[in-house]
Design a protein around this ligand. Structure first.
Ligand SMILES: O=C(O)CCC(=O)C(=O)O
Ligand SMILES: [Fe+2]
Length: 274
């Protein structure tokens, strides 16, 4: 086993987030320009989030869902002011790619974007049977995705563009004012402490992702993501627990696992962390 694979196994088993640099991700890191992406993926329709403000709020829904051909979407997401737009000329876009039928099918870029999937080499540090989904994350500059957790282990592969990611340990959940898997505290940099006094107690971890970096986000770790530039990411979720622990109807990877599996996941945090 190569040395970096051993390192990776070591920290995935420690269940701590980490940024991996210098991993061979294939040709995507050099070829995925706006032109290339538009030409290669063509006009397949994608459902996108469109927002007039950069800070998207899932709970109050300050954005709308719209559909665009992929090539048009990528060009718009890469520009700051738009000639053609839905709500405002400086609206922001976010794509979280989905399966063909999002209620039944899981996002897998090899199925929905086969020509682009050829260009990316996904770090294979888990067994094939553990793979759950691969998801495009394409965002306008400035866009901020709400703080949330997912229930599976995850590599966030940043192919182009810069991101800033703030993370919180699952143990700090009591300070994050959760509604389901999402935090009500949108402004993590300047929180309203009168409304959310306990937020002060949450310990913030922060990292910058440059193009070509891969962030390991362990299951249940909260993350808040700001795209500092227009950028293209792909994230890969995999099942680190036995398959039967997961809800079979969950195509997003964010439905809570069964009570027993949740207890197992949480135990990892109460024993492994200082
Ligand atoms: O990079 C993003 O836009 C969001 C990533 C994310 O939420 C994830 O990888 O689970
Ligand atoms: Fe996530």
């Amino acid at each position: 086993m190569p040395c970096h694979a051993i390192n990776l196994l070591l920290f995935t088993s420690q269940r701590k987030p980490a940024v991996l640099k210098g991993i061979d991700l294939g040709t995507c890191t050099t070829t995925w320009t706006v032109d290339y992406l538009s030409r290669t993926a063509g006009s397949k329709e994608v459902k996108i989030h469109v927002s007039t403000v950069p800070q998207m709020d899932f709970l109050r829904k300050n954005f709308v869902y719209r559909t665009l051909p992929f090539d048009v979407f990528v060009r718009r997401a890469a520009e700051v002011k738009h000639n053609e737009y839905f709500i405002s000329e400086d609206e922001k876009y976010y794509l979280r790619s989905l399966g063909e039928d999002p209620r039944k099918d899981i996002a897998d870029i090899r199925k929905q974007f086969p020509s682009l999937a050829e260009d990316i080499q996904i770090p294979e540090y888990f067994e094939k049977e553990q793979f759950f989904s691969s998801v495009f994350r394409i965002s306008s500059a400035g866009l901020q995705l709400w703080t949330h957790y997912d229930i599976m282990d995850n590599f966030l592969i940043q192919i182009t563009g810069k991101k800033r990611v703030i993370l919180y340990n699952p143990r700090d959940a009591p300070y994050l004012y959760l509604a389901g898997t999402k935090s009500k505290v949108l402004n993590v940099d300047n929180p309203d402490l009168e409304k959310y006094p306990l937020f002060m107690k949450a310990r913030r971890y922060e990292c910058s992702l440059e193009a070509g970096d891969v962030l390991f986000i362990p299951a249940l770790w909260f993350h808040n993501v700001i795209s500092e530039e227009f950028g293209v990411g792909v994230n890969v979720f995999w099942k680190h627990l036995p398959s039967e622990c997961y809800d079979k109807t969950d195509t997003y990877g964010n439905k809570d696992p069964t009570a027993a599996s949740r207890a197992v996941q949480e135990k990892a945090y109460s024993t492994n962390y200082e």
